[in-house]
Design a protein around this ligand. Structure first.
Ligand SMILES: [Cu+2]
Length: 153
């Protein structure tokens, strides 16, 4: 009986743990030849908002893609990260603000993605954004609009 009470006590303790602190979540972004809305060569979802400490796993649903951060369109001090072709990659995000990434083989076709960490809505330098290839630039503009931000020029 005594042992049973201890077990019940332990269960109650673990049951309240999730409320004691924020649990880091893992999100999935798929690399696809065609998105659900019919766009060729896309990340899906191409815009997500997460919390600091959460991670994102990039999943190669179709072959021929990889993912690489665009450091000059991400928070200051962002280190280079890049996945291998056709390989899954998990990145944990701690710096708040916008993080922009691309699929190098399909960058010119507009295969670009946006992650907002926390509520900060700065971090995308319009001068650097203006240097993006045309389709990547217009796609990023649309994704920023989803995040409630208007990119000048
Ligand atoms: Cu690609």
């Amino acid at each position: 009986m005594d042992n049973l009470l201890k077990l019940v006590g332990a269960a109650a303790f673990f049951a309240v743990l999730p409320h004691a602190g924020a649990m880091a979540a893992d999100y999935k972004v798929f690399m696809k030849n065609k998105s659900s809305d019919g766009r060729p060569m896309q990340f899906e979802p191409a815009f997500i908002k997460i919390a600091a400490g959460d991670s994102v796993t990039f999943v190669p649903e179709d072959a021929g893609h990889n993912v690489e951060v665009i450091t000059n369109l991400s928070p200051k001090g962002t280190q280079e990260w890049v996945g291998s072709l056709n390989q899954e990659l998990t990145i944990t995000f701690s710096a708040e603000g916008f993080h922009v990434y691309k699929c190098p083989p399909h960058f010119d076709m507009g295969m670009i993605g946006l992650i907002q960490v926390g509520d900060m809505a700065n971090g995308v330098d319009p001068v650097e954004a203006a240097k993006l290839p045309g389709k990547a630039k217009s796609r990023l503009k649309a994704l920023l609009a989803d995040a409630g931000v208007t990119l000048s020029n």
